[in-house]
Write a protein that binds this ligand. Structure first.
Ligand code: HEC
Length: 195
């Protein structure tokens, strides 16, 4: 092996290492514990809430040609108070879980549950703390309070419990930024009180 050959190998090695360093994206050098800014948090929260689909149950719907479509004016305001409950065939409750056509009411062996108001209004989560929001989604506690009842189906909180602290905070920031909609969602109905 002659010297010129070794020289060229050396040059190629130096060149490729420089190229590698230059191409490394800046995000890889970002420290992992850097906290998101408020604006980044809002954007991330919006992304999570909309891709997970909280509105599937928590937003009232308008009936479209292919079925229920989210009513964007009333996004995340929960089951609309005052909507009459259609008759329930109790003989089917052990076999079926039933949904109202707007998916904000569900009936099953647990009784009747109504999707909560998640907007920034005081009748939603406007007065909630981040700790309440986390307790609600991590432990399935109604109103995010220690001594309250367990959340009922079909709220899939046990899946959301696995989200990181940062994700939950971002979602909370996003919900707090939503248009406040006043709507006091009715209390759940236990199975023995279904008429
Ligand atoms: C499949 C339907 C469904 C989906 C999807 C859903 N929820 Fe719910 N959620 C409900 C129902 C129904 C309730 C009311 C349960 C009850 O009364 O115990 C509820 C309750 C809640 C509560 C408790 C409210 C309170 O007053 O205690 C919070 C907070 C909540 N949901 C947040 C979310 C978030 C955030 C998402 C999306 C990441 C989501 N939900 C997705 C159906 C759903």
């Amino acid at each position: 092996m002659n010297k010129t050959f070794l020289f060229y190998i050396g040059v190629i090695l130096i060149f490729t290492s420089l190229l590698f360093i230059a191409c490394k994206s800046p995000s890889e050098e970002k420290p992992a514990d850097k906290k998101m800014s408020q604006a980044e948090m809002l954007k991330h929260g919006e992304y999570l809430v909309n891709t997970i689909g909280c509105g599937d149950c928590h937003s009232p719907k308008k009936m479209g040609e292919m079925g229920p479509e989210e009513d964007v004016e009333k996004r995340f305001s929960g089951h609309p108070a005052g909507t009459p409950l259609p008759p329930i065939d109790k003989s089917q409750l052990q076999n079926w879980a039933l949904f109202s056509h707007d998916l904000t009411t569900a009936v099953g062996p647990w009784g009747v549950s109504f999707a909560a108001n998640l907007t920034s209004d005081p009748t939603g989560i406007g007065n909630w703390t981040l700790d309440q929001f986390k307790k609600s989604l991590r432990e399935g506690k109604f109103k995010g309070m220690d001594n309250s009842r367990q959340l009922l189906p079909p709220m899939p909180w046990y899946n959301f419990a696995k989200l990181t602290d940062e994700d939950l905070e971002a979602m909370f920031v996003y919900f707090k930024s939503t248009k406040p909609i006043e709507n006091v969602v009715p209390a759940a109905i236990p199975p023995d009180q279904i008429k």
